[in-house]
Design a protein around this ligand. Structure first.
Ligand SMILES: NC(=O)c1ccc[n+]([C@@H]2O[C@H](COP(=O)([O-])OP(=O)(O)OC[C@H]3O[C@@H](n4cnc5c(N)ncnc54)[C@H](OP(=O)(O)O)[C@@H]3O)[C@@H](O)[C@H]2O)c1
Length: 257
């Protein structure tokens, strides 16, 4: 793989080295795995999530391994926080090449329980959080003449199952927006959606409905794949030459229904 010289403005050459990649939800799970893998391959990573201690710890680990990282507390439900994340990328590294919108919550439950606050939370984080990222990064990508959106969605949107309808709805809304964005983007921007299946992370810990949580944790125990599997898929999309847009990747356990 050819290397990118350390010159702002250059992303014509394929590869990851030198690219500036901002990642939301980078403090753990899939986001952390993406940050570690891309940094190991030479990306300058800009980490966002709500818990600063986790981001600081991850940035230190990356720097200890010879990588480059910056971080800022980012709650994706606040548009100004996305502005801060994108701004930090430009301030520290001079540009933004890739925005990985990974932050997400799966507050799943039967619709009959009417957990309307949880529905709203999923819309705020999973859908509006991605839209705020687009709102902040798109003008920057237009100005640069290049840029790449990577949106982490879910196989929950590909095979609709009970308990997950609102969660799947938010993920499929992102899938739809991503395709519209791809069509509007023209020949200079890239848009990738990655749909993970069951991945071994803290994702299920936040499920408030005890029955749903037990069901997801049991399935995770049986079949979940490591978050590094999703990180490799993101790396594959990022490392392609500028004219190659990897649109849609599904990464799930072989054993998943
Ligand atoms: N694990 C799976 O089986 C699975 C399957 C399909 C899709 N996914 C998707 O993969 C993505 C990552 O999930 P994961 O499995 O890695 O879950 P995770 O271990 O719970 O990590 C989620 C990350 O998102 C951050 N986050 C949550 N709310 C946020 C907010 N409002 N603003 C900014 N960051 C926020 C969390 O950090 P803070 O709490 O510090 O903010 C955490 O770093 C999600 O979009 C999820 O829907 C996961």
């Amino acid at each position: 793989m050819s290397e990118i010289p350390d010159i702002p403005g250059i992303i014509e050459i394929a590869g990851i080295k030198g690219k500036v990649v901002a990642i939301t939800g980078a403090g753990g799970g899939i986001g952390e795995a993406i940050a570690l893998l891309l940094a190991e391959r030479g990306a300058k990573v800009v980490l966002g999530a709500r818990r600063p201690d986790r981001l600081e710890d991850l940035a230190l680990r990356i720097e200890k391994n010879g990588g480059e990282a910056a971080w800022v507390r980012t709650d994706v439900t606040r548009r100004e926080d996305l502005a801060g994340l994108v701004g930090l990328a430009r301030e520290r590294f001079g540009r933004l090449d890739v925005l990985v919108s990974n932050a997400g919550v799966g507050l799943i439950s039967p619709l009959d329980e009417l957990r309307v606050d949880d529905w709203e939370r999923m819309i705020d984080v999973n859908l509006k959080g991605v839209l705020y990222g687009i709102a902040e990064a798109l003008p920057v990508f237009r100005e640069q003449g290049s840029g790449h959106f990577v949106n982490i969605v879910s196989t929950a949107g590909l095979r609709i199952v009970p308990l997950m309808s609102v969660y799947a709805g938010t993920k499929n809304a992102v899938r739809t927006v991503s395709e519209g964005l791809r069509q509007e983007a023209g020949d200079s921007l890239r848009v990738t959606v990655v749909s993970p299946g069951f991945v071994s992370t803290d994702f299920a810990d936040g499920i408030p409905d005890p029955g749903a949580r037990t069901q997801i944790l049991d399935t995770m125990d049986r079949i979940a794949i490591p978050p590094q599997a999703v990180a490799r898929a993101v790396a594959f999309a990022v490392e392609q030459p500028a004219g190659v847009d990897v649109g849609d990747i599904v990464v799930r356990p072989t054993a998943q229904d």
